[in-house]
Design a protein around this ligand. Structure first.
Ligand SMILES: [Zn+2]
Ligand SMILES: [Zn+2]
Length: 618
């Protein structure tokens, strides 16, 4: 373990050092460059740079900048750390004509105020603890370049490791649209050339699998300017996958005794005021105005308060608990246009949501069965899971009684251990209403995504005065447990398209079988139509390609469309009533497929779809 932490720290120091090396080189090439912040991020680093109104960086400059960076690295310039009192640091920034640094330093001088708390400690060389005013600021100097920084760095530029500049994006200074726009230059960095190469290959593969690209190629979803950004429309093919994917967690939950409910998409703001969501997320809601009443309505951003109303609609006895409600429904969030991204970040997201209201003695069983179903779901989708215990920290954002938090956090720890789940705990990641189990799924490229979640809620039962009558006739508060297996369906589909590269298993494939005719003769067409009818009776999705193209061309088209099974229909097939199915490569288990009867073939495919397998049984 210690070695891993050491390696991680070392890698962080390399990336931190590379931000300086990047800035050094940019300053050599554009002496008038102004620098914002340059933190370490996942897999690399970035630096926010402003070349002034006359100049702009472009990715075409990367060769030049990288050459200069390699020169700086080759000079093995030592990184020298020194400190300055805050006022002298401000003088330095003025003299160096670095207005962004000057602004940060002035904020830092007021440390302890709200404004200074906004400063990411990664960004600056603050040598202080807690809320005390900053006395000294640390700097690092290499060659002719000096920058504010907390460090740590590698010894000299020569030890920075392997890097590559990646891309440039626009970034407002300190994330505020009213501030000047800077250019954010991203780089990736690793200890060795080999690791860097592996990462770049992964990125190239990720680009090929980009769900926005595949979504278009496979005709799954679209966006329309007239409908609006962040509002996906699902095509017939996409809707098949959508219904199949949504149906699975619904069925899994029905097995656990969840009942379906339905709630409307607009709601009085008052509901969210009571639940506490308005205070937390008010600026993320779409507002709706009635032409008649003065009610302020909103598009619902979540469903929990609605389900709480259904629970509260009549008296509940301890005997009828747990009450289990589920609803797959669309929620609306006013995400910023600049942050929208394909299906990963949308304004209308469909959740597979559910809420359980239970007694404290039922908590274990409910968590255990939900966890088992989540594991089943991700096993079928062929994704590895890791568990994050999201706990509270000392911040006042976490609401609800102390003893319940203690109960909940202890419980989650026990549950994770009892279920033998690999887990890690993160403080400060809890929901404002309670601690939660967040499941992280690893995709085929090794990237980790947050997917399913099971959450305690100690706030809403209180705020909505939810009750049940216990054995002694006394009123008690139920415990509320939120659970989503996919989370946002849309986001999950984005992850899943990239995980599979669009090669969906048979149960999800919009088109499971394609029939290719070798000619357009009536006998051939009739024979193909007969197979289609047989397939449809078995609930299969099948299409015929009867076009006037060559068989080779038609086969290539099925490969592009990633259809699991293809049958070529010619004289021989008609005469014998036997076919040799062509399988999509990733489904193949047995290298050579034998000839088989049409009925046998169709029944096998129907079985595969029903049992949701990832490989062919043929
Ligand atoms: Zn640094
Ligand atoms: Zn909920």
């Amino acid at each position: 373990m210690a070695e891993n932490t050491d390696q991680a720290n070392q890698l962080h120091a390399r990336r931190q050092s590379l931000t300086h090396i990047l800035a050094t080189s940019v300053q050599h090439l554009w002496p008038e460059a102004k620098f914002g912040v340059g933190p370490v991020v996942d897999n690399g680093f970035y630096y926010d740079i402003d070349l002034g109104p006359a100049n702009k960086l472009s990715e075409d400059d990367f060769d030049k900048i990288e050459a200069e960076m390699r020169k700086v690295i080759g000079e093995h310039q030592p990184f020298e750390r020194f400190e300055k009192p805050i006022d002298e640091a401000i003088d330095w920034a003025q003299a160096a004509k670095q207005p962004y640094k000057e602004e940060l330093l002035n904020d830092l001088k007021r440390a302890g105020t709200t404004a200074a708390k906004d400063i990411n400690p990664e960004e600056l060389g603050a040598v202080t603890e807690g809320d005390a005013a900053v006395a000294n600021v640390s700097f690092y100097k290499n060659g002719d370049f000096t920058d504010l920084c907390r460090g740590p760095h590698v010894q000299s530029t020569g030890k920075a490791g392997a890097f590559k500049l990646q891309r440039i994006s626009g970034a407002y200074w300190r994330g505020k649209e009213s501030n000047p726009q800077m250019q954010r230059v991203y780089g990736v960095a690793f200890a060795t050339d080999e690791e860097l190469k592996k990462h770049l290959e992964m990125l190239a593969e990720a680009q090929k699998r980009d769900h926005r690209k595949l979504g278009q190629e496979l005709d799954l979803f679209i966006f329309s300017d007239l409908v609006g950004s962040g509002l996906p429309l699902y095509t017939p093919r996409g809707t098949i996958i959508r219904n199949q994917l949504i149906g699975f967690p619904e069925q899994v939950r029905e097995d656990l005794g969840f009942e379906r409910v339905w709630s409307p998409h607009i709601t009085k703001k008052d509901l969210y005021e009571v639940s506490g969501h308005w205070a937390k997320f008010g600026d993320e809601l779409f507002l709706v105005k009635s032409q008649e009443t003065s009610d302020q309505l909103v598009m619902k951003p979540m469903n929990c308060p609605h389900h709480a109303q259904i629970y509260a609609s009549r008296p509940r006895s301890y005997r009828e608990l747990p009450v289990k409600l589920m609803e797959t429904t669309t929620n609306y969030r006013d995400e910023k246009t600049g942050e929208l991204h394909g299906l990963s970040r949308v304004r209308s997201l469909t959740q597979d949501d559910s809420h359980t209201y239970c007694r404290p003695d039922q908590v274990d069983e409910i968590f255990d069965e939900l966890i088992a179903k989540i594991q089943e779901f991700y096993l079928v989708l062929d994704m590895q899971l890791r568990l994050r215990l999201s706990l509270r920290d000392n911040s006042p954002t976490f609401l609800g009684p102390e003893e319940l938090w203690q109960f909940g956090q202890d419980k989650l720890m026990q549950i994770a251990q009892r279920n033998q789940l690999e887990y890690f705990a993160v403080e400060g990641e809890a929901a404002f209403y309670g601690p939660k189990l967040d499941f992280m799924a690893t995709d085929a490229l090794g990237r980790e995504w947050q997917v399913a979640t099971v959450q305690f809620d100690f706030v809403q039962p209180e705020r909505f005065s939810l009750e049940y009558t216990d054995e002694e006739g006394k009123a008690q508060r139920p415990i509320m447990i939120h659970c989503a297996i996919m989370g946002s369906f849309d986001r999950f589909l984005a992850v899943y398209i990239e995980h599979t590269a669009g090669r969906f298993p048979v149960w999800l494939a919009p088109e499971q079988i394609r029939l290719i005719t070798v000619n357009q003769e009536e006998e051939t067409t009739k024979f193909a139509d007969g197979i289609v009818n047989q397939a449809k009776d078995l609930g299969l999705r099948v299409k015929v390609d009867n076009s006037n193209e060559s068989v080779g061309k038609k086969i290539r088209a099925t490969e592009v469309a990633k259809v699991p099974y293809t049958l070529v229909i010619g004289e021989k097939e008609i005469r014998n009533g036997q076919v040799v199915p062509r399988l999509r490569q990733d489904l193949v288990v047995i290298p050579v497929q034998p000839e088989m009867g049409i009925e046998q073939f169709l029944k096998s495919v129907a079985n595969e779809a029903k049992s949701r397998v990832n490989k062919s049984s043929m």
